[in-house]
Design a protein around this ligand. Structure first.
Ligand SMILES: Nc1nc2c(ncn2[C@@H]2O[C@H](COP(=O)(O)OP(=O)(O)OP(=O)(O)O)[C@@H](O)[C@H]2O)c(=O)[nH]1
Ligand SMILES: [Mg+2]
Length: 348
């Protein structure tokens, strides 16, 4: 599918289109145009009305089928934009939900993704029906207030059921962790921004078997393996982090994220090949979440094969300010993994 990416940012705010493009590519979309407007949000269109017309011209010129906004759109904004542009307009959260739906292989991930999608739908139902837009619920078509209530209640009931199922997954995982700890295992978890190399590191340190891909959210379901040559350390790989997720999305993945929060030690994996501001931004996204749980961390500056010696030194020096040990490795080449294992032994 040919897509145009659009965003509205405030003066001085960095563009989010690069990351949005990586997300779009993960869905296999071809990005054929981009549009950025610097202004305060417009209540009707998010961007200005004149800019929305420019967007329409761009979409026609490049023959795009869809527009994806980096900003979160209210249902009425999405509707107004679609009317002007003449094509479907979605936002970043919808795109992430699509990726999750595509990646959800396990029953656990499927439940989490369904929960997240319905949480997204719920506050939007009324407006969608008011605007004559269909809600993606089979057998339920738009109509009057009565239909709205029926749909609303159906989704609420389904959410309650899902919440129970997810809670029991969470309990099962907790029992498994307890059992492992009783058997003398130390639980080490990988955390990090999506695409930082967590699964590659799992494969390098264990008998692995995790799927690796230069796309976002390749991993959704936790995978735990014994670390080679350390029979008492278990390493768990899980879903990656991304900036600006609504709280209900994090709630949906609670059972999975608990593998990180409740570990004995967390390896925070950073893609060291990126520019320093990106490394810091992504480190912040992960550490802000972990902070609440007071879990011990080791910072792993990954992809050192893509950095010069001077660059490695500079980045290590910078990260040394964060009160967690830092170690530079290449998960792909297997560089410096021995000292990473030594560090893990020392802290776990
Ligand atoms: N050059 C280089 N590439 C690496 C290294 N580690 C991982 N990669 C590449 O980075 C990309 C992402 O790796 P993954 O292991 O899938 O990353 P992840 O953190 O598990 O990503 P998600 O599961 O999608 O969140 C892949 O293309 C890997 O081959 C490394 O040390 N050096
Ligand atoms: Mg992965």
């Amino acid at each position: 599918m040919r897509v145009v990416l659009a965003e509205r940012i405030r003066r001085g705010e960095p563009s989010k289109l690069k990351e949005l493009e990586a997300l779009a590519r993960t869905m296999g979309y071809e990005v054929v145009g981009k549009l950025t407007q610097v202004r305060e949000p417009d209540p009707a269109y998010q961007i200005g009305e004149g800019k929305a017309r420019e967007l329409r011209r761009l979409v026609k010129a490049v023959k795009a089928q869809r527009v994806i906004f980096a900003n979160e759109l209210s249902p009425s904004q999405a509707y107004n934009l679609a009317k002007i542009v003449g094509n479907e307009v979605i936002d970043r959260i919808q795109l992430i939900l699509e990726i999750f739906a595509m990646r959800a292989g396990s029953p656990e991930a499927k439940l989490q993704v369904e929960y997240a999608r319905l949480r997204y739908e719920l506050p939007r139902i009324r407006e969608r029906i008011r605007y004559g837009l269909s809600v993606e619920q089979p057998g339920l078509k738009g109509g009057g207030e009565y239909e709205v209530d029926v749909q609303y209640d159906a989704i609420k009931r389904r959410l309650a059921t899902l919440r129970k199922k997810l809670a029991s997954i969470s309990v099962r995982r907790m029992q498994l962790r307890k059992h492992r700890k009783r058997r003398g295992f130390k639980l080490v978890a990988l955390a990090g921004y999506t695409n930082s190399g967590k699964s590659t590191l799992l494969n390098a340190l264990t008998a692995g078997g995790a799927k690796v891909d230069d796309m976002y959210f390749t991993t959704l379901t936790p995978r735990t393996r014994i670390v080679k040559k350390c029979t008492k350390i278990l390493l768990t790989d899980t879903v990656g982090f991304i900036d600006n997720l609504p709280p209900w999305m994090i709630e949906a993945f609670k059972a999975t994220l608990e593998e990180i929060y409740l570990a004995d030690l967390v390896l925070v994996v950073l893609d060291g090949s990126e520019p320093i501001p990106e490394i810091l931004r992504k480190y912040k996204v992960v550490s802000e979440v972990l902070k609440e749980y007071g879990v011990k961390t080791v910072i792993v500056l990954n992809k050192r094969d893509l950095m010069s010696t001077a660059e490695i030194r500079e980045k290590l020096k910078l990260l040394n300010g964060f009160s967690a040990p830092v170690i530079a490795v290449s998960a792909l080449r297997g560089d410096n993994l021995e000292s990473l294992i030594e560090t893990i032994r020392g802290y776990a």
